[in-house]
Design a protein around this ligand. Sequence first.
Ligand SMILES: [Zn+2]
Ligand SMILES: [Zn+2]
Length: 416
Amino acid sequence: MVEGLAQAEAAVLGCADSATWALPEQELIAALDAAHRIEQRLAAVKLAVIRELDGRGTPTAQGASSTAVWLRERLHLTVPTARRLVELATTLDTGNPAIRQALADADITVDQARVIADTVETVETSAGAEAADKAVGLLVEWAGQFDPTLLRKLGTRILDHVAPDIADAAAQAALDAEARRATRDRHLTLSTLTDGRLRLTGTLDTETAGLLRAAIDPLTTPTGPDDQRTPGQRRHDALADLCRLTLRTGELPEHGGDPAQLVITTSYDGLTRQLGTGTLDTGFELTPQNVRRLACDATILPTLLGTASQTLDVGRQRRLITGPLRRALVLRDRGCAFPGCDRPPRWCDAHHIRHWADGGTTSLTNAVLLCGHHHRHLHHSDWAVRLGGDGHPEFIPPAWLDPEQVPRRNHYHRRT
Ligand SMILES: [Zn+2]
Ligand SMILES: [Zn+2]
């Protein structure tokens, strides 16, 4: 075998030197086909060798913890690649011999062999050996036309062809297995990064995926022509809106005796009316600018510390726009009051036109309803808001946007 491979190597080496630029197109295509065919045949040989070494226990006898680890060291492969090689070698050896033969004959590729082996195994468990044999023949034939992805897809309905009497029941069983796998594999990982941000990874089961979509999709549409956010940023903000809404309902189970809420500890200097940097109960810092915005609305309860760090909580309830006051605000603004925004009231924060930290009152004449996006926008941009002569909010654009700074209103919720 080594001698044969050495001859093949020498022949291949000769090809590597040939001037491809000088070849006519026809010949190049023929060369491509031949190179690909040899690659598959060679893969069959390599897999057979791996299987034999694995079966003899050579890798472990040489001190490796497994055949995959040994292959990684010897061939400088990644662990997943090495593991897949061992798996396929085993499957081809123990599975239907026709698959191994098809690979050796270069009728199928390595990736197609993997798909066929998986599919045939499923067929054998649900319909028996005879159906499995038929399935191999059919799949090898299809492999002449279809790539591995399509082949896998076609494979899911192969029973229609090889065992039609049990196809429907098997399809149902496959669907059940799929559902069980989805339930088992559901997870959500929240990893806190060093700067306090959070990386979300996870897989939601179909039902939860539907719930998330239903809840988040209406919130991810742009809020108007001024909305410059990317889709990813809009989904992010929608998740924040969702959490804010949920906290506002007050229906979450208590957490350590307190109602579920976001608590920010911050300092407040009564003389200069300055809010300091804030600390979330997770220990991470917020800028004074963000503290001001968050302290605007009832979903976040700021815990104020005086100069001697004693809690200055007096009048907290009065700072928050809740109950009858919020209802009056909803009646007046009917949704986010920012020009062009269509967000309904339930997605909105109550913004203090003059911040309570600056001595602003908590009253209808000092409040305006804003969606999460526009609340952020107002706090972090040069837009300004005031109540017009008729008691309805109007927004003054920054000079760079409109040199005349003509006040604008929201005509979506209230036509004038
Ligand atoms: Zn605000
Ligand atoms: Zn808005």
